[in-house]
Ligand binder design. Structure first.
Ligand code: SF4
Length: 319
């Protein structure tokens, strides 16, 4: 329940309305025990509370897949749509309601397979929204088919002898799309880094693309076991303009490298790293054009004025 605080604001600089975590939580999440999606949901609800996002001004849009159940678990507006179609729905919402905070929740199959065309253009449109790619490297909802990010040789129901094509690297791909403005990577099993990354993404004006390595203990049992148990396998990209971490968290990483997120060539080099996992902010360009800046004109024009404008245009063609 929303808590209304009736305090004397002349003495205490407190808001009249304070949203607690409970104000953002809806029904009990029905993901499997141990699924990384739970940690991401917690991080997002924490962000909503920390930023005091009004639930009625916040929208979560998803496609299809385990991760796409996300809007059901948020007590905000939500749209659980069609497979691969989260991006155009979110763009439509943002185009006509630029005052809303829009989040896109998508999975590796949803984004990088059936939704790949929309993904390319969403990056190019660079509309002000946060995109969270839950990448578990498998189709989970439909019980273990090879996804576009499954590592080579993954045994699945579609490739019982092992997948035969090299996977798409979503960070590498996104850094190659026109007008890219924010690309970051994190993991579901480090709550501090996960939260700090989503927070940084939310602060960015433009489309923030965050790939989250997400555990699926049901269909990819050993998917990230080595990375979870061996901190040496993670490389933390650190910079004063990057993901802001508490010094204690920073010191918990064994491999920390300096990476300036304004350097796209270096970002691409880090995206190509093999054998180890780089996490952090790869690239940020706050100057990239945002398509929403060109579309949100005259939103409050009365209908009579719109009709008059249309009639003026049509009159030009009257015979
Ligand atoms: Fe999570 Fe995998 Fe279960 Fe889906 S199948 S809810 S991704 S653990």
């Amino acid at each position: 329940m929303m808590i209304g605080l009736k305090l004397d604001l002349t003495e205490h600089d407190l808001p009249e309305v304070y949203y607690s975590i409970q104000d953002y939580g809806s029904s009990t999440a029905r993901w499997c025990p141990g699924c990384g999606d739970h940690a991401i949901l917690t991080a997002v609800q924490k962000l909503c509370r920390e930023e005091q996002l009004p639930p009625e001004k916040t929208v979560f849009v998803s496609g299809i897949g385990c991760s796409s159940r996300f809007p059901h678990y948020m007590k905000t507006y939500g749209f659980h749509g069609l497979h691969g179609r989260a991006f155009p729905v979110a763009e439509g919402v943002k185009f006509r309601r630029p005052d809303l905070d829009v989040f896109v929740i998508t999975g590796d199959g949803d984004c990088a397979s059936i939704g790949a065309g929309h993904w390319v253009h969403a990056i190019r449109y660079n509309m002000d929204m946060v995109v969270l790619l839950f990448d578990n490297e498998i189709y989970g909802l439909t019980k273990k088919q090879t996804s576009p990010t499954s590592p080579l040789g993954t045994r699945s129901n579609t490739h019982p002898s092992g997948s035969v094509l090299p996977p798409i690297n979503p960070i590498q791909s996104t850094l190659g799309f026109a007008n890219v403005s924010f690309v970051a990577q994190t993991v579901d099993w480090n709550p501090a880094h996960l939260f700090a990354t989503i927070k940084k993404a939310h602060e960015h004006k433009g489309l923030s693309f965050v790939r989250i390595h997400q555990r699926c203990p049901i269909w990819m049992k050993d998917g990230f076991t080595n990375n979870v148990s061996d901190p040496d396998s993670i490389i933390l990209l650190n910079h004063e303009n990057g993901i802001e971490l508490d010094p204690q968290v920073l010191n918990s990483f064994k491999n920390v490298v300096e990476h300036d997120p304004s350097n796209i060539d270096k970002a691409r080099e880090w995206a190509n790293t093999e054998g180890k996992f780089p996490i952090g902010l790869f690239y940020q360009n706050p100057e990239a054009s945002c398509y929403d800046d060109y579309g949100a004109h005259n939103l409050h024009m009365p209908v009579s004025q719109k009709l008059e404008g249309m009639n003026n245009v049509l009159d030009r063609y009257a015979i």
